[in-house]
Design a protein around this ligand. Structure first.
Ligand SMILES: Cc1cc2nc3c(=O)[nH]c(=O)nc-3n(C[C@H](O)[C@H](O)[C@H](O)COP(=O)(O)OP(=O)(O)OC[C@H]3O[C@@H](n4cnc5c(N)ncnc54)[C@H](O)[C@@H]3O)c2cc1C
Length: 416
């Protein structure tokens, strides 16, 4: 696919939409068509339902869906994180069953990684999994679980060996969320939404066939997931199309897909690109601010940041001089750009930036961006953690003091 151009992709998707999009279809049928075309997850390998596209070819697919006023592929972590992780680490059966149900929107997923005492230090997690016959029995607590309230399955990290060093005794499971012993409790955030949850797991069960990537190999599998997460946050390739939540809890499959064209993902608030800069230039002109030197400086800076992000993506695609930490760099650049876009937008709109709703300036987009802006700097690994990774893995700087890589988990010093 490396010779495919953005223009070719855009033209191909537009022609396909012309022949297939119909708001009267059921969500089930629309997602089945998207899955059959490969446009649900074009970056997946062809063998598991994708088109083998590089990340920069995702943007033209998303932009064609947006322009045509379509509903996008099943929203959430199933498509963006689970399917590429299983494509790398899963068994043949897992690829054919779990990825398939994600592409068809039959199952929604959540990410059961963070715990109350292990977010940045993810490998310090304590949730335990003990083998009992052919099943593992899971007990522990997870937190900040985005979309846990809709999830049919969870990407669960649990400790399967307390005698191994902390990075080595972890296993990655596909947990059935609909069973006794899995309790999901919502947490409300300052956006007004309850996007994430606490999840209490008490002797829940998962069959050994649902181990992804091998016993005690969960750290490597989780790093694959996090690499996809950071790259997708940094890429800005998300479309602004209509969204529908997949899975049995949201139960949207038999509704008309046209019902969802006006629904938007909260993550759209985190998407800053050339369109944002253009919109801000328009506001500056309308308000007579386009000759103000400070405003001009801010707009030029935002333009440069979005351009650097675009060029970084092209550089990654050209696969030259790669450092291995491109996803981390892209994520940091995106979070910085988002904060700058928030500040510049607020300065342009003044008190109007606090308003939300259809009558607010920009339809409330700057307000949404403001309350959402801290999130991408935290999820998928905080900005500080990204800097540590870039320092250690990209620049070869020494590791942080206190290296416990060889100490069995059970012997590690615990927080008082
Ligand atoms: C919107 C949102 C959605 C999320 N969704 C999910 C989800 O679906 N599933 C999931 O499992 N988790 C999710 N998370 C959790 C997220 O991954 C964690 O919040 C994140 O990893 C940070 O962990 P923590 O909150 O425990 O902060 P801590 O790790 O306690 O960090 C606190 C502060 O200390 C800094 N810090 C910590 N360690 C270091 C270090 N070594 N060097 C320098 N600074 C350091 C951090 O940068 C941070 O500023 C989500 C978070 C947010 C905000």
């Amino acid at each position: 696919m490396s010779n495919t151009t953005v223009e070719q992709v855009q033209a191909g998707v537009e022609a396909w939409i012309g022949a297939n999009w119909d708001p009267a279809l059921s969500v089930r049928e629309w997602w089945a068509r998207l899955a059959a075309s490969g446009y649900s997850a074009p970056m997946l390998p062809v063998e598991v339902g994708g088109l083998g596209y590089s990340r920069d070819l995702l943007a033209p697919v998303n932009s064609a869906l947006t322009k045509a006023g379509c509903v996008g592929p099943p929203l959430g972590m199933g498509i963006s994180l689970v399917s590429p992780t299983i494509a790398v680490h899963g068994t043949e059966t897992q690829k054919q069953t779990l990825i398939r149900e994600i592409l068809l929107g039959e199952a929604a997923w959540c990410q059961l990684f963070s715990e109350p005492n292990s977010g940045s230090d993810l490998a310090g997690m304590q949730c335990r999994a003990e083998l009992d016959g052919d099943e593992y029995v899971i007990t522990g607590q997870k937190v900040w679980t985005t979309g846990g309230q809709w999830a049919d399955r969870g990407m669960l990290l649990a400790r399967t060996n307390f005698d191994l060093p902390k990075h080595q005794g972890i296993t990655f499971f596909a947990l059935d969320m609909h069973q006794p012993g899995v309790e999901v409790r919502p947490l409300r955030e300052m956006t007004g939404r309850a996007m994430f949850n606490e999840v209490f797991i008490t002797e829940a069960r998962v069959h050994r066939d649902m181990v992804i990537g091998g016993l005690n190999n969960g750290w490597a599998v989780a790093n694959t997931t996090l690499t996809f997460e950071r790259a997708s946050i940094g890429s800005g390739g998300g479309g602004n199309f209509g969204v529908a939540i997949p899975g049995t809890v949201a139960n949207n499959l038999d509704r008309a897909v046209g019902d969802f064209v006006a629904e938007r993902s909260s993550q759209a608030a985190g998407s800053v690109g050339a369109g944002t800069v253009k919109q801000y230039i328009g506001i500056a002109r309308e308000r007579g601010l386009s000759n103000d030197p400070t405003v001009r400086q801010d707009l030029a800076e935002l333009h440069i940041l979005t351009e650097v992000n675009r060029l970084n993506m092209l550089r990654t695609r050209a696969a030259q001089n790669l450092t291995g930490v491109e996803g981390n760099l892209a994520k940091m650049l995106m979070t910085h750009t988002l904060r700058r876009a928030r500040d510049v937008g607020s300065a342009l709109l003044g008190a109007g930036a606090m308003l939300w709703g259809p009558d607010a300036p920009t339809g409330g987009a700057v307000q949404e961006m403001t309350v959402y802006s801290p999130a991408p700097s935290i999820y998928g690994g905080t900005d500080q953690v990204q800097r540590n990774i870039v320092g250690e893995r990209g620049l070869g700087l020494p590791k942080e003091p206190g290296d416990f890589r060889a100490t069995p988990f059970k012997d590690l010093p615990k927080n008082g």
